[in-house]
Design a binder for this molecule. Structure first.
Ligand SMILES: Nc1ncnc2c1ncn2[C@@H]1O[C@H](COP(=O)(O)OP(=O)(O)OP(=O)(O)O)[C@@H](O)[C@H]1O
Length: 305
């Protein structure tokens, strides 16, 4: 695969998928996904249950082979170039911890399996988190277990960290702690993160890139600030909606009673005195796209729908 450079032009993108598809028997889990995630980003992968998120992540980390298409990590094609996965760490949905092992034993295990292992970093991180090394993993809280699993992943010193729903099953405080520590690690190391999550409100402060999958198709892939700046919600009388829609690039349109809401693309469009225009929040943007699987924020060349 010819690697696209990232925005700075200094190196290959962290992740590049081209026409990536995966079928399980007759079940098309992922179809023709083409996207690029620049290096140094914290990318959120969101989508409803069964939309193909885990399938996509497993393709990224080489646990699955694509039915067609390719995926490259820092320019190396997964499944073809041996070095493609040497700089990738993966935290699976069911955190890969042994409940009967003590935390110290998990660290030893990590050290023995990983040539780039940084034991000092792991111990320091667990010390800051006040997680005792002699405690059995099964005796830790859910949030602490996530922190241990995240510490093991970070100690591998990856360039790309892939996390499948790291925030699932955590209470709001634990979610906040996990994302805060993840952000600190990103700031310190500049690594690229790709994480799937259903907890969209938490992602606004954490992530700067958004990927939306819906029914196995890519709907959105882009810089979150740019996506928010280029979408607006127009609210006004339903009987004037056709005329407004004819002038705008409408993503989705909903009518409740006499009121119409149009999600449009473009910078602060003027729709007339009866209409209000307002920016959208990340969660609203995501939910609007998810409600309408045919809508897409992709450029025509990237859109395979
Ligand atoms: N091993 C498998 N065999 C057959 N079908 C599968 C397999 N794994 C996943 N699927 C199907 O592929 C589709 C995508 O599943 P996937 O787990 O990737 O979705 P997801 O977005 O991660 O879902 P969730 O949010 O519920 O974790 C679903 O229809 C699922 O039933």
């Amino acid at each position: 695969m010819t690697a696209r450079t990232n925005a700075s032009g200094l190196g290959p993108a962290a992740l590049e998928a081209v026409n990536l598809s995966k079928r399980y028997g007759s079940n098309q889990a992922l179809l023709d996904c083409t996207l690029t995630i620049p290096a140094g980003r914290v990318a959120a992968l969101v989508g409803p249950n069964g939309s193909g998120k885990t399938t996509f992540l497993h393709l990224v980390v080489g646990l699955l082979e694509p039915t067609s298409g390719e995926i490259a990590v820092f320019g190396d094609t997964v499944g073809r170039d041996a070095q493609a996965l040497t700089s990738v760490a993966f935290l699976a949905q069911d955190k890969p911890l042994y409940r009967n092992f003590r935390v110290r034993e998990m660290l030893r295990f990590g050290r023995d399996l990983n040539p780039r292992w940084n034991g000092e970093l792991a111990r320091q991180r667990l010390d800051e988190l006040e997680i005792p090394l002699d405690r059995k993993v099964g005796r830790l809280s859910g949030g602490q277990q996530t922190q241990v699993a995240l510490t093991l992943a970070l100690a591998k010193q990856p360039s790309l960290l892939v996390l499948d729903e790291p925030l699932a099953d955590l209470d709001p405080l634990a979610r906040h702690d996990v994302t805060r520590h993840l952000m600190a690690a990103v700031a310190e190391t500049g690594l690229t993160v790709l994480l799937s999550s259903h907890v969209v409100p938490d992602l606004a402060d954490t992530c700067d890139w958004l990927v939306v999958l819906n029914r196995g198709r890519l709907q959105v892939s882009g810089d979150i600030d740019e996506l928010l700046a280029s979408h607006h919600l127009l609210v006004g009388p339903a009987d004037g909606a056709d005329a407004v829609a004819a002038e705008q690039q409408v993503v989705t349109r909903h009518t409740v009673g006499r009121q119409a809401s149009l999600l449009v693309r473009g910078s602060a469009p003027a729709a007339g005195p009866d209409w209000t225009t307002r920016p959208v929040e990340l969660e609203e943007l995501v939910l609007t796209y998810l409600r309408d699987p045919a809508a897409t924020a992709l450029q025509p060349a990237m859109c395979q729908n």
